[in-house]
Design a protein around this ligand. Structure first.
Ligand SMILES: [Zn+2]
Length: 278
C-alpha cells in the first residue's frame, strides 16, 4: 500500500451540526491541519443505501440496496475487496449491515460478531454489532469511545492498511430528540471529545483520516428523501493530499475511488466518479 487510511462514518449528522458542534474537528480546520467540504449523499438518503454507496462508489439504483430492509451481499467491487485484492489488510468496526454487504449474508452473530480472516475474506479483521431491539426510545448503540478504541486495537495489533469505523449514536439521537435541543448539542460535543485523542493517535501512527457521515437529517430527525438537510454532511480530511476548492460540493460516490487512490490501489471500472483528492 502507498498509504494507510482510516474512514470514520458518524451516522446521520447533518452539515450544520458538524460545523456548529464539533469543536475539535473545526479547531483542526482553523489551524490548517484538516480540510472540510460539504458532501451530498446518494438517493434515497437511507442508511443502508448510503453504506453500500460509500464503499462501492455506485448509486442505489445500481447496487439495489434501496431500503434498510434490503440487505444482501452486494455484487459490485468495493473498498474492502479491492484493498484485499491488492494485498492490503482491512479492518471494520461497524453495524452488522457492513459485514453483510461486503463479506457475507445473512449475519450470524456468533460467527460474525468478531472475525480475523486475513487473506480469506475482503474484511481481514471485523468487529461488528447488530443493535438488535433498536427503537425510538431504546438506542441499543455501543459506546463510541469503545468503538474508537477497538479500531485503534486493529491498527496497532494487526497493522491494518485500511480501516472503516461506523457508529449510529448520533443518528439514533436525532431520530429520538430531533436537532434543536440540548440533548443533541451535548451528544455532538461528547462524540467530538471522545474522537479527538484518537485522531491524534492515528495521525501519529501514519494514517490519513477521513471523518464524515452517511447522510444528514432534517430538523424533525428524518432522512431518506431529497431535501438538502437530509442529504448533506461535512467531510473532514487529515492528510497531505490536495483537494478541491473549499466551496466544492462533493458527491458521495466519489468517496470509494478517492480512498482507493490514496491507498495506491487500482480503482475498478464500476467506480465512475472522479476522486477528489490528488
Ligand atoms: Zn444512517
Amino acid at each position: 500500500m502507498q498509504n494507510k487510511l482510516l474512514l470514520i462514518i458518524i451516522d446521520g449528522v447533518p452539515y450544520a451540526n458538524w460545523r456548529g458542534f464539533f469543536g475539535n474537528l473545526e479547531g483542526w480546520v482553523e489551524e490548517g491541519e484538516a480540510r472540510v467540504w460539504r458532501m451530498r449523499s446518494v438517493l434515497p438518503s437511507t442508511s443502508a443505501s448510503c453504506y453500500a454507496s460509500i464503499h462501492t462508489g455506485v448509486t442505489p439504483q445500481v447496487h439495489r440496496v434501496t431500503s434498510n430492509e434490503s440487505i444482501f451481499r452486494v455484487a459490485e467491487p468495493d473498498v474492502f475487496s479491492e484493498v484485499t485484492k491488492a494485498g492490503g489488510k482491512t479492518g471494520a468496526v461497524a453495524h452488522s449491515f457492513w459485514s453483510e454487504f461486503f463479506n457475507r449474508s445473512p449475519f450470524d452473530p456468533v460467527r460474525d460478531i468478531e472475525y480475523d480472516e486475513q487473506g480469506q475474506s475482503p474484511i481481514s479483521h471485523g468487529r461488528f454489532h447488530t443493535m438488535t431491539g433498536y427503537g425510538h426510545d431504546n438506542q441499543m448503540t455501543p459506546c463510541d469511545a469503545d468503538l474508537f478504541a477497538t479500531l485503534t486495537m486493529l491498527a496497532e495489533r494487526h497493522g491494518i492498511d485500511y480501516g472503516m469505523l461506523h457508529t449510529c449514536t448520533l443518528d439514533s439521537m436525532g431520530h429520538r430528540f430531533t436537532h434543536d435541543c440540548i440533548q443533541m448539542d451535548l451528544a455532538c460535543f461528547k462524540l467530538d471529545g471522545q474522537l479527538a485523542p484518537y485522531i491524534t493517535r492515528w495521525r501519529n501512527a501514519g494514517y490519513e483520516v477521513v471523518v464524515t457521515a452517511d447522510h444528514g437529517q432534517s430538523k424533525r430527525g428524518h432522512h431518506g428523501g431529497a431535501e438538502d438537510m437530509q442529504r448533506d454532511f461535512a467531510l473532514y480530511y487529515f492528510g497531505p493530499a490536495d483537494g478541491p476548492a473549499p466551496d466544492a460540493l462533493l458527491d458521495q460516490c466519489q468517496l470509494a475511488p478517492t480512498v482507493l487512490k490514496r491507498l495506491g490501489v487500482p480503482v475498478p471500472g464500476t467506480m465512475l466518479a472522479a476522486p477528489f483528492l490528488d
